[in-house]
Design a protein around this ligand. Structure first.
Ligand code: PLP
Length: 389
């Protein structure tokens, strides 16, 4: 079953098991009873492939979600976790041992960075950050003990891409495991497995949930790789997803394609306005024809929407604050992928005394285009940009 609409609407919906209810039930139970001793014994041998024992490991509501997400991402299987951060934690930890070296794209998502800089050094695991735009930088960073390459394409603030085909070939020729944070694209807009990337991660908190009410993560890949994570890191950290949150994600998933379609249309409608606005120096968005890696984006991504970064001209710290808080429809908040538009200025993470208006990065403001009408959003941006002299 490869048709997206059928995966979302039909795959795994076994209504004979629950009174033909159209919406699947939430299997709210911690444990499952066995009919006999022999089936308990055989399930203990392989919990990953076997029957249900305990919801910390497996649950039918969660499994319905896993089935759909694996099919959407074109993978053998999917694991779902209680946050995108725990998906990062489990998948990285499962693929390193003491003394290993990791190559990661520079400025990965903050909790991946914390893994590399705080958690893994405790086990003598080192890392090198590279500018992932050029495959030669991966070659240069390669060490004898490099066992893992960590990607995020596009990055969710700078939108830098990596050539997934080139990195996939480079890594598989050397037996190096590859992990990508694929949150921005969702399974609908990019399939890194097709380029030989081993594990795809998502923060399902974002587009997959789509309603700003659930925190969750996804890991997709081969059964062999996921069994390894399931048997150890996922079970040991106890970070699997709850049945209720799985049910919320199933509900969010129903409208994922139409939400992305709507947000794509809104983003493309706002793009020329943002690019031509005199108070905006630059717009960073992968599907903008002026984006430096536009060709690559078009090659490996089938869509891009919602999240983009604007660079304000050399303004004061106060003006960035006034612009961000002057917006009425864009909430000042982290995250993205929900129904509501959001604004996140880079300057909010910088102390005023350290702010440098000559530094382009300090003037970056990330916008998330939600489901509000384009007219309202454009009007709001127009009035808020007036504070900038
Ligand atoms: C939000 C986010 C994460 C982390 O996901 P949580 O569900 O918040 O733990 C990872 N990567 C990217 C790109 C994100 O935007």
């Amino acid at each position: 079953m490869e048709d997206i609409s059928l995966i979302i609407n039909q795959l795994g919906e076994e209504r004979d098991l629950y009174y033909q209810a159209v919406s699947p039930p939430i299997m709210q139970t911690s444990n499952f009873a066995f009919k006999d001793f022999a089936s308990m014994r055989s399930t203990f041998e392989d919990e990953y492939a076997g029957d249900y024992i305990y919801t910390k490991a497996k649950n039918p509501t969660v499994d319905m979600l896993r089935l759909k997400l694996a099919a959407l991402q074109g993978a053998e299987d999917a694991l779902v976790t209680n946050s995108g951060s725990s998906a990062i934690f489990c998948s990285i930890l499962a693929n390193v041992k003491a003394g290993d070296h990791i190559i990661s794209v520079r400025q990965p998502y903050s909790w991946a960075r914390n893994m590399f800089e705080v958690v893994l050094p405790k086990f003598n695991i080192t890392h090198t950050y590279v500018d992932g735009k050029d495959i030669r930088n991966f070659e240069e960073a390669l060490q004898e003990n490099t066992t893992l390459i960590y990607l995020e394409s596009p990055n969710s603030f700078s939108f830098e891409l990596q050539d997934l085909e080139a990195v996939g070939n480079f890594a598989s020729a050397r037996g190096i495991t590859t992990i990508i944070d694929n949150s921005y694209c969702t399974p609908l807009f990019q399939n890194p497995h097709a380029y030989g990337i081993d594990l795809c991660l998502h923060s399902a908190t974002k587009y997959i949930s789509g309603h700003s009410d659930t925190v969750a993560g996804v890991i997709t890949g081969s059964k062999a790789r996921l069994k390894k994570i399931f048997d150890s890191e996922l079970s040991n950290s106890g970070t699997s997803l709850s049945p209720f949150n799985a049910w919320l994600l199933l509900r969010g998933l129903r409208t994922l394609p139409i939400r992305l379609k709507h947000i794509t249309e809104s983003t493309m409608a706002l793009l020329p306005f943002l690019k031509n606005h005199p108070k905006i120096e630059k717009v960073i968005f992968p599907f903008d024809t002026d984006f430096p890696q536009y060709e690559l984006a078009r090659k490996q991504m089938t869509g891009a929407c919602g999240l983009l970064t604007i660079v304000l001209p050399p303004v004061s710290y106060e003006q960035i604050e006034q612009f961000a808080t002057g917006l009425k429809h864009f909430l000042l908040a982290v995250s993205w992928g929900g129904h509501e538009s959001l604004v996140m200025p880079k300057a909010a993470g910088i102390r005023p005394e350290n702010y440098d208006s000559n530094n382009e990065e300090h003037r970056m403001v990330r916008l998330y285009i939600g489901l509000e009408s384009v007219e309202e959003l454009q009007e709001d941006l127009t009035q808020a940009l007036e504070v900038i002299s």
